[in-house]
Structures are given as C-alpha cells and as structure tokens.
Design a protein around this ligand. Structure first.
Ligand code: OXD
Ligand code: MN
Length: 634
C-alpha cells in the first residue's frame, strides 16, 4: 500500500474530500490515480471533491445533484429527465478539439486536429486554473468494455458536471471494482472536464475558452467550457481517440462501429456484424433493426484472440440521435423512450407545457411553445441572425442503458467479446455506391471501400451541414495517429485470423433525379440478410468491377419474405447499376485527400487506386457510363 499520507497532494485532498471520499480513493492503492486527482484538484481548485464507488447510493447522488443544480429537469414520465446544452454547444466542436502530439508528427497528421503538445498543455492548463472554484468536483471510475477480459480499459473521470457523470453512469460500466483489481502499473485513461462559468440557464459562458485537448502521449484528455456530451463525456469520443492511439501501439483496433447480430430464425442462426458509419448515417438504426439483436451502437474494439476475430462493445448504453425516432422507423427505441420507469436523459428536445419531450420527426405534432435549446420557445421565434429556431435541435439526443432494450443480445457483456463474421462500411452518397456490395477480399475492401468512404456533414458536428467530405473508415474525426499507418494496421489486422470476415459496403442514401431517396428506411434489413446469407455461402452474386452484388430474384424473394413487399426489377436495375464515372470521381477525390493529408500513405495503396481508375476508364469503352447488373465478368 503506497504511503499516501506522505504524498504531496495528501493535504489538499484531505482538506477538500470527506473522510469517506478520501478512504474510497486511497483504498484502491493506486498512486497514479491519487496523483491524477491531486494534480487536477490543485489546478482546478474545486471547493470540494466527491469520490464515487460502484454503489447505487453514489449513482443516486449523481442523479440527485444533476437535478438539484438544474443540469437536468424532471419530465412527466417517471425516471425521465431533460438536459440542455448551450445554443452554440449543440455538437462536437472540431474547431476546439486538438490532438496534442510532438512537433515531428504534425506534418503527418494535418487532417487530424494536431497541436504541438507542450504548447497545447500550457494553453489549456492556464484555462483550467481555478475553473472549478465554487463547485464540487466528482471523481467517477468506469470501465470501457466488460471488466475481466482482454478488452477492458479502466477510465477515471473528474468533472464539475453531474450531468456528465450521470450520462457516464448510463452509458458505461461502473469501474471502481475494476480499479480495485487493477495492478498499480496498469494503464488507464484519465479525463478532466469543467463546464466553466455558467449563465442563468446553467450553460457554459466562456465558449471562446472551449477546449478539448487529447494528450496522446500521456493518455489524458482535458476538456473545458462545454457541456454537449460529445465534447464533455470523457469515455465517449475522447476515450475513442486515446484507444485508437493505444490500439495502434499494441496491434489491435478501435473502430467507430456498431456490433449487432442478424437473426435467421428459421435456421436458428445468429451472425455477428460490425459496421462503421459516420455520425448520423444510419448506424444506430441498423444496429436496432427490428427482429435483429443489438450489442452496441457506436464503438467497437477488435482483437485477434487465438486466431479468432473478436469484438467487444465498449459501451453499456446509447447516446443516440433522437430525430426521426418514430413508431415506423425506429419502433423499438420509440417504445423504450415512451416507457415510464426507465432512467432516460433527453437532451436538446422541446419540453412542452405538458412536461413531455418532443423532437423532430417524432410523428406527433409538437406544441407551439415550451422550452428548448434556446430557452423559452414559441413558434416563429428567431435567433439573433433572424433565423427561425426549430422547436428541437436536429442533433437532440437520448441517453439510455442498453439493458433497457428488448432486442439486446445476451452476449453484450461477455468479457471475451463476440466472434465477428461480417464487417460493414456505410457512407452517405446520393449518386455512387450501390445499396450493398461485397468486396472480393479484406484488403481490397479496406482500400477501395473503407478508405473511399464519404459522407455529407451533419448536425453531429458544429459547422455547415450537407457538405460531401471524406470519412475514411467513418473514423476521420477520431483517428489519432498518422492515417497511412492506420490504414496499414487495418489491413494487417487479419493476418493470422483463421476466418476473415467479408467486407460489405452499404449506402442508404441513393437518390433519384428529383432528389427523392430510392430506398426505404427498412430496406436495410434486406441488405443485412443478403450479407448474412452470403457469409453462409447460400447465395450467388453478380460480379462488378469492385465486388459482388445481389441477383434480382434473390432480392425479390427476400423483400417478400422479410418485408412483405414487392421489389421491382426496374428499381433493382436503377439501384445496382455500376456508376462508372461516379466511382472514378469518388476514387479520385480520395486520392487527392490522401495526397493532402496522409504523407505516410504507402505507394502501394496509390497504385491500387490508380490501377482501379484505369480499369474503370477502360470499361467505359465497353459499357458506356453504367454497367447493368449481371453484365460484367472478370
Ligand atoms: C456520436 C457521434 O455521438 O459520432 O456517436 O457524433
Ligand atoms: Mn459516434
């Protein structure tokens, strides 16, 4: 047991912590944790410090204080609360987010929010000096991925926001006991967050001093003057950046992926998929497809365990976009969100006069006034620039425990993870990729599908919406070491894997000439079942220049069987025609992106892109602009 009483931080911690909190901290016998808390208490100067353990009493303490301080308010249904972020704090803030790295790495990481480490630390530490004065700091320990297995990573959060801790309580597994079992030398992630000075609505005032700085050498994230969970909750996006860095050093992967299992009830078969989609591109709704089972909706760790490709869901809950959650499109989540007695935080929705939450695309007419992310709201209210304020924000969210969902897969808490049989990459493009295409092999899937993924920007990040942007592996916002190396690690990951999962590229956003979506929201169920049956060698496919697509008759039968819908040959031909020019343009955009942002990208990948473009150019002579499904052969 370290002699904590001789530690330089002992006096300040004894002064600010109750005897019980101090006891809980020292009982873990972890000097690094003690020093972490001491260092940031000394810097941030909270009035008091509360140390949580894994007890329900402490979970209650967090909830109670979030309400008492007005960070959350009770809604009409029991257990439901609402939280508001500031008007300018409604999404991830890339402009204020930096990866702190050494000077030499900066030219290799231009697209990855780089900042020279010493300079960044000095800047943010200055902002943090005294930032918690007048408040209580909470120290909460959690565990990413289930404790007791090879995936688990301990995390220590210190924050002055009870909402942040309450969110972590719903979204992650409690970690005090994990720390108790942890050896003193074991690495853990550390997060410090402060909402900073608050206005009368309880929102961060000093947004000019908003910083989210990841110290990738020391695995610590310092976040100031913000509240939106993507900026404040350490275990979510901050931990993801740290985990990506760590996985790169240790030879595993951390991906922006759901984990779900597709159910073939007739055959009694359950097949696990992981899927990467940029924010707001259908990731949660794929993981939540009716009739299938969810394991996680946002972040997966991959490890090679005895030659098996295994994944663990890092989280224990969902911080989901609530827009368009309605009984038709997301029946299971809608039902859960309507159920009293479940502990759910709604954020940035409209609270109506009946004290119920309303959101965009809910399928219910909202009241004409209430409270929303702009304060008191009434229909027609305008912001300072004269723009009409919608009744709810399009990045409004719900936060709930995975265990509440009827369709949770029983393996979601397995410390050894689950065996992955298929990997899906989904972007958002209106005119290029087919609804589903299987790659011929892992490497070509990574280079031609995952690396060329693009999406239109959405409200999950602050900035202009609807701009087509590269999204390699749907992970660009979180990659924390040079991109070329990251691609190579993805390719190499399957070396030594006995059964390499096929890669499928999906796109739910193809549009016709009038801008209307060509596919229905539920059609993704058919694409996922097609992939499932391909994995089990039950279906033939047509060849395309980049992989394999479904045969019409198979889809017609599956649409009837699964959705009770007719699927016309005409629509099939439109959806699955191979768009040669659009693919050439897409690959060329990717090449320009890597030239600009990934100086370490190996020549071999450029050679693949170049030879693919040449091959596609050559096909134009034979086919014209489009290749009809079934017309192509190698
Ligand atoms: C998220 C995101 O909230 O990716 O998961 O923005
Ligand atoms: Mn995400």
């Amino acid at each position: 047991m370290p002699d904590f009483d001789k530690n330089r931080y002992a006096p300040i911690l004894k002064e600010k912590m109750s005897a019980e909190s101090y006891r809980k901290l020292t009982a873990l016998e972890n000097l690094k944790l003690f020093d972490f808390v001491g260092e940031y208490v000394e810097l941030c100067k909270p009035d008091s410090v509360y140390m949580c353990d894994d007890s329900d009493t402490d979970a209650e303490y967090l909830k109670r204080n979030a309400l008492k301080l007005g960070e959350e308010k009770k809604l009409a249904k029991e257990g439901h609360t609402v939280h508001y972020d500031g008007y300018e704090d409604q999404g991830r803030a890339p402009g204020a987010t930096k990866n702190l790295i050494s000077k030499e790495l900066i030219p290799l990481m231009e697209a990855l929010l780089p900042k020279e480490r010493e300079e960044g630390l000095a800047e943010v530490r200055q902002i943090m000096d005294g930032i918690m004065k007048g408040k209580e700091a909470i120290v909460k320990l959690s565990c990413e991925a289930p404790s007791g297995g090879p995936f688990a990573i301990g995390c220590a959060q210190m924050t002055d926001s009870f909402y942040v801790c309450h969110s972590e309580e719903l979204l992650y597994r409690r970690g005090y006991e994990h720390f108790r079992r942890m050896k003193d030398k074991e690495r853990f992630f550390r997060f410090v967050h402060s909402a900073g000075r608050l206005d009368e609505r309880g929102n961060s005032i000093d947004l000019d001093k908003r910083r989210i700085y990841q110290d990738l050498e020391d695995f610590i994230v310092l976040s100031t003057n913000n509240q939106y969970a993507g900026n404040s909750v350490g275990l979510k996006k901050h931990a993801m950046r740290l985990a990506i860095k760590l996985s790169g050093m240790e030879g595993w992967l951390c991906e922006h992926m759901f984990v779900m299992s597709v159910q073939d009830e007739k055959k009694g078969r359950s097949t696990i998929f992981c899927g990467a989609f940029p924010s707001a591109c259908g990731k949660t709704s794929t993981a939540m497809l009716p009739g299938e089972k969810i394991i996680g909706d946002d972040i997966a760790y991959f490890r090679n365990i005895d030659g098996e490709f295994r994944a663990a869901n890092v989280e224990n809950g969902i911080f989901g976009i609530i827009k368009d959650v309605n009984p038709d499109d997301d029946p299971l989540i809608f039902k859960t969100l309507q159920t009293p007695g479940k502990e759910i935080i709604f954020s940035n929705v409209l609270t109506g006069p009946d004290n119920n939450p309303y959101w965009l695309g809910m399928g219910i007419d909202p009241p004409k006034k209430g409270r929303n992310f702009s304060g008191e709201w009434h229909e027609g209210k305008k912001d300072a620039d004269g723009n009409q304020i919608p009744f709810a924000h399009s990045n409004a969210r719900y936060t709930l425990r995975l265990g509440y969902l009827e369709n949770i897969d029983s393996s979601y808490n397995d410390p050894n993870g689950v065996p992955v049989r298929g990997v899906v990459y989904g972007g958002r493009d209106s005119d290029t990729s087919a609804p589903i295409e299987e790659s011929p092999d892992w490497k070509s899937g990574i280079i031609l599908k995952a690396c060329t993924l693009e999406s239109e920007t959405t409200s999950a990040t602050i900035g202009k919406e609807g701009v087509l942007a590269p999204q390699p592996m749907a992970n660009l916002d979180f990659i924390s070491y040079p991109i070329g190396q990251y691609i190579t690690n993805n390719i190499r990951f399957v070396e030594g894997i006995k059964e390499v999962p096929p890669i499928f590229a999906v796109n739910y956003f193809l549009r016709d000439q009038n801008g209307r979506f060509l596919t229905g929201k539920i059609d993704k169920k058919v694409w996922m079942h097609w992939a499932e049956r391909r994995i089990h060698n039950e279906l033939d496919a047509h060849r395309t220049p980049l992989g394999y697509i479904p045969i019409y008759e198979d889809l017609r039968e599956m649409f009837r069987d699964i959705l009770d819908q007719e699927f016309s040959r005409e629509l099939y031909e439109e959806l699955f025609k191979f768009r040669i020019d659009a693919w050439i343009a897409k690959i060329s955009r990717a090449v320009r992106f890597y030239h600009r942002t990934a100086p370490d990208c190996p020549q071999e990948y450029y050679d693949t892109w170049k030879s693919t473009v040449e091959k596609l150019e050559g096909l134009k002579g034979r086919f014209g602009k489009f290749i009809a499904p079934g017309a192509y052969s190698e």
